[in-house]
Design a protein around this ligand. Structure first.
Ligand SMILES: Nc1nc2c(c(=O)[nH]1)N(C=O)[C@@H](CNc1ccc(C(=O)N[C@@H](CCC(=O)O)C(=O)O)cc1)CN2
Ligand SMILES: Nc1ncnc2c1ncn2[C@@H]1O[C@H](COP(=O)(O)OP(=O)(O)OP(=O)(O)O)[C@@H](O)[C@H]1O
Length: 186
């Protein structure tokens, strides 16, 4: 199946998961993430602010801050149409940005050297068992990964959104680990 059709089908499946189940499954996934050595040993961590039916990350972001992690979040720089990162301090500094996703407000953006990011927690529409990923189809993460070859990349995904295999091209970057509510793929 081509990427576009797979994206549409899996989004429909993900959108049908109840809010309650999204919260339950997200907690299971993020607890598994917390237990990994790579998470425990990383200070500079890139997360994402979930929207829609994605793995819910907001409370986890706050928890990480309390644990003294340095959290950076993506935003889309409209002038260059690229994904950049800003240090996260508080949800008071955030507002709805690209596609309505919460981003650090322009006046609060604190840039951070991409090369210093140790761990990137990656959103997805779906993953396959080889850790290839389909996102929203803009290539933002694949382009970003090209700048962070040394960061460890973990995809977080509901088990419903795992597929056997994804068509990939030369730009698609595999992640190093995928965590779902039912399994960990390494
Ligand atoms: N939470 C989150 N933040 C993120 C991403 C992401 O996947 N998740 N991104 C990863 O690249 C970047 C934003 N990229 C995006 C690219 C396209 C669409 C998009 O086309 N959205 C659809 C709605 C999808 C839906 O129904 O859920 C649309 O507007 O039609 C959204 C985000 C940066 N921040
Ligand atoms: N590093 C790159 N340089 C140039 N073009 C790229 C790069 N990465 C991806 N692209 C292009 O961007 C487009 C979207 O890529 P793809 O369908 O893989 O997006 P996606 O992984 O679903 O989305 P996203 O990464 O935004 O979540 C494709 O045409 C792809 O070839």
């Amino acid at each position: 199946m081509n990427k576009k059709q797979m994206r549409k089908d899996i989004l429909a499946i993900r959108d049908s998961i109840s809010k309650e189940d999204i919260l339950k499954k997200s907690e299971i996934i993020l607890n598994k993430l917390k237990a990994t050595d790579i998470f425990k040993n990383s200070k500079n961590i890139m997360l994402f602010t979930s929207f829609g039916s994605e793995v819910y990350t907001h409370d986890f972001i706050i928890w990480c801050k309390r644990e003294n992690k340095n959290i950076v979040l993506p935003y889309i720089d409209k002038s260059t149409d690229t994904m950049k990162i800003s240090v996260f301090n508080s949800f008071d500094d955030m507002k709805a940005g690209y596609k309505g996703i919460l981003e650090v407000k322009e006046e609060c953006i604190q840039s951070f050297d991409e090369k210093k990011v140790e761990l990137i927690i990656t959103p997805c529409v779906c993953y396959d068992f080889n850790k290839y990923r389909i996102g929203y189809g803009k290539g933002f993460y694949d382009r970003f990964f090209a700048k962070t070859p040394n960061a460890f990349k973990i995809g977080i995904c509901f088990d419903e959104c795992l597929v056997d295999s994804i068509e990939y091209d030369e730009y698609d970057v595999k992640t190093d680990m995928v965590i779902t509510d039912k399994r960990v793929i390494i």
